[in-house]
Design a protein around this ligand. Sequence first.
Ligand code: AP5
Length: 227
Amino acid sequence: MQIIIFGPPGSGKGTQSVMITEKYGIPGVSTGDLLRRNVKQGTELGRRAKEYMNEGRLVPDRLVIDMFIERVKQSDCGRGYILDGFPRTIRQAEALVEHESEGCVIEVVLDVQVEDEEIVKRLAGRRVCAKCGANYHVDTKPVPPSGKCDINGCLGEIIIRDDDRREVVKKRLKEFREKTAPVRDFYGERGIVHGIEGVGDPKDIFAKITSVLDNLAKSLQYQGNVI
Ligand code: AP5
């Protein structure tokens, strides 16, 4: 199944995406992670993307679309995938339609809904592993006493993301409202958007998501636990 997890910055897309990946065995494709990897590796794309990301602006479509299409054409995406952070503009949604014959047919959009006030609070407390990208939070998932990532023996350094500064978060929310929110209507017209209340225990939110996905898998006649 081809799934989009949609929502404002800090709504929990990454958190839920990891759980979906683990339960259903499909890869998660996060454009934010792909871009951050390019920045870290110092590629030409990363060099050009960095200034936009640090200012809380969207990276231009022409830079993001090719990187994304190249990723979803890889063999591990053949059985489906979950997209986190793509499409973020109408142009990006149109690019997916242009590649439908290559497996880019979106079947469901999970629209995670969280108010701005909660988002500002979440992102102020977020910490991330610089090596594997795992998420921590000062209130809900504290950094281990060693200060190093404890996921699968990673031991990466835990840092604060450059774009989690308060003034940058405000800019990211503005970009979301102006450029990304219309993408919800694009898929709404196709009748595939499912609203998910994104406040509460992440496990409870995940239960709502699996209920949507399992019902859909049944109606589309997918087999067993496989979506
Ligand atoms: P990206 O990395 O995609 O960032 P984002 O969409 O702004 O989302 P976040 O990663 O900040 O939040 P999230 O919704 O994944 O929430 P999370 O689970 O981490 O993009 C970064 C930048 O890259 C963009 O600004 C842009 O510049 C560029 N970019 C990326 N894609 C692009 C594209 N397609 N086109 C152009 N530019 C692009 O959770 C947040 C925090 O809350 C965590 O600390 C978590 O532990 C906590 N949390 C999660 N769930 C809960 C809960 N239920 N209750 C309490 N806390 C929770």
